[in-house]
Design a protein around this ligand. Structure first.
Ligand code: ADP
Ligand code: MG
Length: 501
């Protein structure tokens, strides 16, 4: 790969500086870094993980922020490539470089970097794009989805003159129940009905788009229905961080404390965002202690279980785990069907069951994606004035389905799984049998069955000519274990998200 081609590949080098020379130096730094990485990594890894990255580089080049499309990719890149990227940058720059990873700011359905370029070039459109003077890690300013951070106010929110930040539209009534969320939902209902007693704190974890935020708002809304004067606050952990920072800057700590420590119910979303924020963690710990002592309830969500959190103080983590910890799993087929039918009904449209099955079979990863697919279908049907049918759904979701079919090959699965478990791709076809290799191989077979349309014999063939019964055994084994073993389930979820892009 030559350098010109690589430069064309650089999707978005946001240039925040007027100085063209400085900007071109920075562009050069990144393109050289890409060249290095292209040489060091297998082409498939480079094209999957590295070339789509967007970067922002501070004027002096000392701080580089890599923007990644979603959290799964972010974790993956942090684990697999961050060290290498930082090392290449430092070597090229000849001086230390602080590498940061952050989620790319969301732009209206703009998965590709080029589509988001005009916005990215406008510094005003990017909160936290200024590198100077940001005391906390920049990542925290770039992540959140706006709707989570600032949901529309609940009508009950005017209670006692405090803002609850609850979104009245997210309730238990429109939270479809299934085996994936049964436990979490039951615990949440219990807390909403009798806060401050059992399951305190309630810690809910699960992947993106599985209903964590919805569940939290549902708890708050339900409590306010029965106790309109209860003091409830929903807050995204990022907002909490920024509240802490602000109250330090403005020396308004007493107000901060009065506000947080007086709550009856604190709902704090995505607590993984307080990682590495020392002061925030301290304040959170204080609030935690104060609230638990007066039997107020705390509900938290996170993308991982408490012990899986990194860069958060041990004493906080053990606090997190001291009530009830429950997982939200990716919804199974029947639940996805039920969600589609119920969301269509909420939009005043009846979705035939066979269409819901068709969509649910093809859109598997999370509820947010299901909603996106549904929106497309409804818009398509309205625009073309057609009834909803499988044919129509297929047309409406053409892009999505073709992306899926194009991207997920057995080969791709083998490489991704091998990368993830740090074995050689060749071991996917080899006859070796130690568990450290056999298990990832079984996982790859399972994913091949789940994510491609290949038959068992075809999959066996691609795994070094193995018999279809071997594949079947692997699929059954991993399917069974997945239901019992939350850690495996999380890993599979990460792999699925990764493979689906
Ligand atoms: P998370 O916080 O886990 O990323 P959200 O709570 O934001 O996920 O959920 C994503 C979307 O899916 C939201 O619009 C939410 O209302 C919807 N959703 C999630 N789970 C369910 C469910 N069980 N029933 C109905 N809608 C759901
Ligand atoms: Mg959320």
């Amino acid at each position: 790969m030559n350098e010109t081609a690589l430069l064309d590949d650089v999707p978005d080098l946001a240039v925040l500086e007027p100085s063209r020379k400085a900007a071109s130096e920075r562009a050069d730094l990144w393109s050289k870094c890409l060249t290095r990485l292209a040489q060091a990594l297998p082409p498939q890894q480079f094209s999957t993980w590295i070339s789509p990255l967007q970067v922002r580089i501070a004027p002096d080049g000392a701080r580089v922020t890599v923007l990644v499309a979603n959290r799964f990719k972010l974790d993956w890149i942090r684990a697999q490539y961050a060290g290498r990227i930082a090392a290449a940058l430092e070597e090229l720059r000849g001086a230390p470089v602080t590498l940061e990873l952050a989620l790319a700011p969301r732009t209206a359905s703009a998965p590709s970097a080029t589509a988001s370029a005009p916005q990215a070039r406008n510094p005003a459109a990017i909160p936290g794009a200024e590198f100077m003077g940001v005391s906390e890690n920049l990542a925290s300013h770039l992540t959140a989805s706006a709707e989570e951070a600032q949901p529309p106010e609940s009508s009950a929110a005017a209670n006692a003159g405090t803002r609850t930040r609850l979104n009245a539209a997210l309730t238990f009534d429109n939270l479809v129940e299934g085996s994936a969320n049964r436990m979490a939902r039951a615990a949440a209902l219990h807390v909403a009905g009798d806060p401050g007693r059992l399951y305190n704190p309630l810690f809910v974890y699960g992947g993106v788009g599985l209903g964590k935020t919805h569940l939290m708002h549902a708890i708050g809304n339900r409590l306010l229905q029965t106790r309109p004067t209860a003091k409830v606050l929903y807050i995204h952990a990022e907002q909490f961080v920024s509240d802490v920072v602000k109250s330090y800057q403005r020396k308004t700590f007493d107000e901060f404390k009065a506000r947080y420590h007086s709550l009856d119910l604190l709902l704090i979303d995505d607590v993984q965002f307080i990682a590495n924020k020392e002061r925030t963690q301290e304040e959170f710990y204080n609030a935690f202690e104060a609230l638990l002592a007066k039997h107020s309830h705390i509900v938290m969500t996170s993308d991982t279980y408490p012990k899986g959190l990194t860069d958060i103080h041990e004493r906080l983590i053990s606090r997190f785990d001291s009530g009830l910890t429950v997982a939200l799993e990716p919804p199974e087929l029947e639940m996805r069907v039920a969600i589609l039918i119920s969301k269509a009904a909420a939009e005043g449209t009846e979705m035939p069951e066979e269409v819901a099955f068709f969509v649910a079979k093809n859109v598997r990863s999370n509820v947010r994606e299901l909603e996106g697919a549904l929106r497309k279908i409804l818009a398509y049907a309205r625009f073309n004035q057609k009834d909803i049918s499988i044919e129509l759904a297929r047309e409406a979701l053409r892009d999505l389905l073709s992306i899926q079919n194009r991207q997920i090959s057995v080969e791709n699965i083998q490489k991704t799984v091998a990368d993830y478990y740090k074995i050689k791709t060749a071991d996917m076809y080899s006859k070796k049998r130690p568990a450290s290799i056999a298990r990832p191989r079984q996982i790859a077979m399972y994913l091949a069955k789940e994510l491609t349309r290949k038959s068992l014999p075809e999959i066996g063939e691609q795994f070094g000519g193995r018999d279809h019964t071997t594949v079947l055994h692997a699929v059954r084994k991993i399917t069974g274990e997945r239901q019992q073993n939350t850690e495996l389930n999380q890993q599979l979820h990460v792999l699925e998200q990764t493979l689906k892009g």
